[in-house]
Design a protein around this ligand. Structure first.
Ligand SMILES: *Cc1c(COP(=O)(O)O)cnc(C)c1O
Length: 575
């Protein structure tokens, strides 16, 4: 708790923490994010602003955004560039730095956004940009496409983020940075630049043990996924080609043990404080990376950002100060359940009006509505709900009408993900005579806000244990929406059966025979919808309202970034 004490008494005018993330998403109109990682970064910095943590963000400007999702008539995803007018949102800075890339000297400039907190404290976010006159056509595009291009392009971006970001902070005059927080391994090259900086006026080797200790004391690393594709690796040849001029032969060898540079290992080896993003993910990460001390801090969402307007009115009335202190939300039991339901109905009507106007779906506010929205990729098993369409028909005939809202983008190179979207859209067509279903285009922050507050239940069925945390279910919780989810990530901590929602599958499942497990899970998903969830929704309104209240009180009060930031402050930032 020393860290909290220090935060209370310190001079807040000097930036002490630099938070590096490949993507930061904090505003629906600023498309510098792709999904969970970036939105977590945005929510984190927003809570830091509220709690007056002297931190700044460092990211790439992503001139062309992620992409705008469209579809052709055969349900193929089409990716349109999301050209945005940077100057309309961000302030240009004069400072420039250079980074070495493939023997060239590439100029990097920066833009700034001041993210304001509730007390007026501001958290600056620096967006690095190589679209400078000094650079070649190719180099100007390095910061264009978030997660775009090939391995070489990705390494260029990580050089700009890690090395360029570190240099930019120095250039901007931030000399008091105590900790560099790497949100995922993309920025891990900052540790090399930090080493070079630490030995700059000596003849020390940058990999000297004492330098390593110093670097570790300055670095914090959060790992975000057990999925191998989420851990960037670059071949030694490529590293040599791109930053060989920046490294001695000896340094290159040490950076690329076993013939490659692994960004996760680079971050692990250079950080004293390392964490996963939920308790279970901490365990999984310790198994994946034996020999490292890995803690866990469970993710959260920014309460007032993700709370719908209709519920915020209620919170303002019954839970004074909840915006400043979301622990207050624990007292949601003081809100009359009927008023929660009314606020939810308002949100639901808003969602349904949006859907009917845009997709002519004929959805109705009185019908039980299930929501599923997230990145469409194989391990999230987005198709699972559609596996047995006959059974779905029977459930809706027997237990009550169902409406279904789906959304999500597949990464442009994820051919499996794109196929899954086609399969989902095809299933929607086949099922449409029996129930109303819709796939909403272009899932993003604004759409997420409308969906997570407007549906009646939030479905999540990734393949355990691959969901590190998951955050969309937390956004649903703060809006009083129960989860129906496999027991993975945050839900292992937030699930109380029939109280905050329902589980899919068994808490003790070992996931050794995926096919058998999947059958059990599917049975559970359909069985609970049929026998418990839909009947409760239609026939036991009192019970349903209680559950909504529980979601807010138990989970809304805990799974937020204010609590999360306090944990980083106490354990990682100001030790
Ligand atoms: C919250 C959010 C995500 C992440 O959701 P998960 O449940 O972690 O998969 C992704 N995209 C958008 C637009 C979001 O708002």
């Amino acid at each position: 708790m020393e860290g909290i004490q220090r935060l209370r008494t310190m001079d807040k005018s000097e930036i002490k923490i630099a938070y590096f993330s490949m993507e930061i998403g904090f505003d629906g109109d600023i498309p510098t994010y792709s999904g969970g990682l970036g939105i977590l970064a945005g929510d984190t910095l927003r809570s830091c602003a509220d709690l007056e943590v002297p931190i700044c963000g460092v990211t790439l400007v992503s001139n062309k955004g992620y992409f705008i999702q469209q579809f052709d008539k055969d349900f193929n995803q089409i990716e349109a560039p999301n050209n945005w007018k940077i100057g309309d949102f961000l302030e240009p800075l004069k400072a420039t730095v250079t980074v070495p890339i493939s023997g060239r000297t590439v100029t990097v400039k920066a833009w700034k956004y001041d993210l304001p907190g509730i007390t007026g404290h501001k958290v600056p976010i620096f967006f690095l940009d190589t679209d400078c006159e000094e650079n070649s056509e190719e180099d100007r595009k390095i910061t264009y496409y978030l997660y775009g291009g090939d391995r070489r392009y990705r390494l260029f971006q990580e050089v700009v983020l890690g090395i360029g970001g570190y240099k930019m902070l120095k250039k901007l005059g931030f000399y008091d940075i105590e900790k560099f927080h790497m949100n995922e391994g993309h920025s891990a090259l900052l540790t090399v630049e930090l080493r070079k900086d630490l030995v700059s006026d000596s003849s020390w080797d940058i990999f000297e043990a004492e330098v390593t200790t110093k670097v570790q004391n300055r670095c914090v690393f959060t790992t975000h996924t057990p999925v191998p594709a989420g851990h960037d690796k670059f071949s030694k040849d490529l590293v040599n080609e791109v930053i060989g001029s920046y490294l001695t032969k000896h340094e290159l060898d040490l950076l690329c043990p076993d013939g490659e540079m692994n960004m996760t290992l680079l971050a692990l080896n250079n950080s004293k404080y390392i964490n996963g993003v939920a308790k279970k993910h901490g365990e999984v990460s310790r198994e994946m990376f034996p020999g490292y001390k890995i803690e866990s801090i469970t993710n959260g969402v920014h309460s007032s950002f993700w709370c719908s307007d209709a519920l915020a009115v209620l919170f303002d009335k019954y839970l004074k100060d909840w915006r400043k202190d979301p622990f207050t939300i624990r007292n949601a039991f003081s809100i009359p359940p009927q008023e929660i339901l009314e606020a939810h109905t308002e949100n639901k009507k808003k969602l349904i009006t949006y859907i009917n106007e845009k997709y002519d779906s004929g959805m109705e506010a009185g019908v039980f509505t299930l929501g599923f929205a997230r990145r469409i990729t194989a391990y999230k098993r987005p198709f699972m709900f559609f596996e047995d369409m006959e059974r779905l028909k029977k459930i809706s005939e027997k237990s009550g009408k169902i409406q279904v809202v789906f959304a999500g983008k597949a990464h442009p190179n994820d051919t499996d993900g794109k196929r899954i979207i086609r399969d989902i859209k095809l299933s929607i067509t086949k099922l449409s005579p029996f129930m109303k279903l819709v796939f909403l285009d272009n899932y993003n922050i604004n759409l997420a806000k409308t969906i997570v507050a407007g549906v009646d239940i939030w479905l999540n069925n990734p393949q355990p244990p691959k969901e590190a945390s998951g955050t969309s279910g937390m956004k649903a919780s703060i809006n009083g929406i129960p989860n129906l989810s496999v027991l993975d990530g945050w839900w292992l901590e937030g699930h109380v059966e029939n109280v905050t929602g329902w589980s899919i599958g068994d808490r003790e499942a070992l996931y050794q025979n995926i096919e058998v497990e999947q059958k059990t899970e599917l049975n559970d998903l359909y069985g609970k919808l049929e026998k418990i969830i839909i009947p409760t929704y239609y026939n036991k309104k009192e019970d349903w309202m209680r559950i909504m209240q529980n979601c807010i009180a138990f989970n809304g009060s805990f799974f937020n970034t204010h609590r999360m930031v306090y944990q980083y402050v106490a354990s990682a930032y100001f030790d």
